[in-house]
Design a binder for this molecule. Structure first.
Ligand SMILES: Nc1ncnc2c1ncn2[C@@H]1O[C@H](COP(=O)(O)OP(=O)(O)OP(=O)(O)O)[C@@H](O)[C@H]1O
Length: 322
């Protein structure tokens, strides 16, 4: 059984004087224990909103209008706020691009790192303090015994980022959702963070990593989903996707046959820009930018994400091929 199973998730945003905007449109994916899933796609494709929907941390204007997110036999989208908050602190952690979003500026690192451990009765206060100091040391914060008494604003940006990661890891969550966790840090810290995440993974934590860095994804992730305009357009094992992307969007994004052994490989810019979601194109939303589009079929029909023997792709031309 998967650690997390998301099915047909739909999230909309309320708009002044207009129809709601559908930011996540029927997204499904699975996360396995001890494995990492990469979520890739251009800016605005719905990666963050998808994960925030699962965790129940959406802005007030957003509404989940359909789907399920099964975790431990329960649907995270259907349980109450209180229960979800409990699961979020104890079993599921999130690492954001910016530490400011995750940390409370008015509390010391000690309070923030020990809060969940104590609140959930996972250990005594003294043990929680020890674990918090160890977690700060693990992410490379020097002098953690002393630093644990400081407030986030007293740390440099890089140190704050590390402290946030320590905060996410201190409960040894079963599932960690990381939204561009290494974008804001230098290469040395990036390496340390990935090593720590790899440790967690080896101990059975399932990881979802939203990333623009294909080098990181190849090195770290086992499976991948590619998102476009709020939908999953391709799903495959990570290596398979990078070596042989099939959906025309993935091909454009990842570059067919491109050498991806190196690190810091950026996603490729694709001519044109992603659609304004309030005016989503009919049919396949990628068709106006797709070099392989055949009209009228691509502008009128949206192929569902079809299960093929080696991959799932939401393009009739691909499924006709397999
Ligand atoms: N607060 C908001 N209010 C209204 N619409 C929003 C809001 N946040 C996101 N959206 C809509 O949801 C879409 C998906 O946004 P999301 O942040 O999930 O994209 P993303 O793929 O994570 O992009 P990035 O890589 O830049 O973080 C956006 O294109 C936008 O239309």
């Amino acid at each position: 059984m998967s650690l997390l199973s998301v099915r047909e998730l739909r999230t909309t945003f309320r708009r002044e004087g207009g129809d709601p905007l559908t930011a996540v449109d029927g997204v499904s994916f699975d996360v396995q224990r001890g494995q990492a899933l990469a979520v890739v796609g251009e800016s605005g494709s719905g990666k963050s909103v998808t994960m925030r929907s699962v965790l129940g941390i959406l802005p007030r204007t957003a509404r989940i209008t359909g789907g399920q997110a099964l975790y431990g036999g329960r649907d995270l989208l259907a349980i109450g706020d209180k229960e979800l908050r409990r699961i979020r602190g104890r079993d599921i952690a999130m690492v954001f691009q910016s530490a400011m979003e995750a940390m409370n500026p008015t509390l010391t690192l000690e309070r923030q790192l020990t809060e969940h451990l104590i609140w959930h009765g996972l250990c005594t206060k003294a043990e929680a303090r020890k674990r918090a100091i160890r977690a700060l040391g693990d992410v490379g914060i020097p002098d953690p015994e002393k630093r644990i008494r400081t407030y986030p604003f007293q740390l440099s940006g890089g140190m704050r980022q590390r402290a946030m990661i320590a905060m996410a890891m201190v409960t040894e969550p079963a599932l960690l959702i990381a939204d561009e966790p290494t974008t804001a840090v230098d290469v040395t810290v990036q390496r340390q963070i990935l090593d720590l995440l790899a440790d967690l993974k080896a101990r059975g934590t399932g990881i979802v990593m939203i990333t623009h860095d294909l080098g990181v994804a190849r090195y770290f992730c086992d499976d991948a989903v590619v998102m476009y305009a709020g939908r999953v357009v391709e799903r495959a094992p990570m290596g398979t996707l990078l070596d042989d992307p099939r959906h025309p969007y993935s091909v454009g994004l990842l570059g067919s046959g491109v050498e991806v052994g190196g690190r810091d490989l950026p996603l490729r810019p694709i001519p044109g820009s992603p659609p304004d979601l309030s005016r989503r194109p009919e049919g396949c939303p990628f068709h106006p930018r797709c070099p392989q589009a055949e009209l009228p079929r691509c502008s009128t029909e949206q192929e569902p994400l079809t299960i093929g023997p080696s991959r799932d792709a939401a393009c009739w031309k691909v499924t006709a091929d397999v």
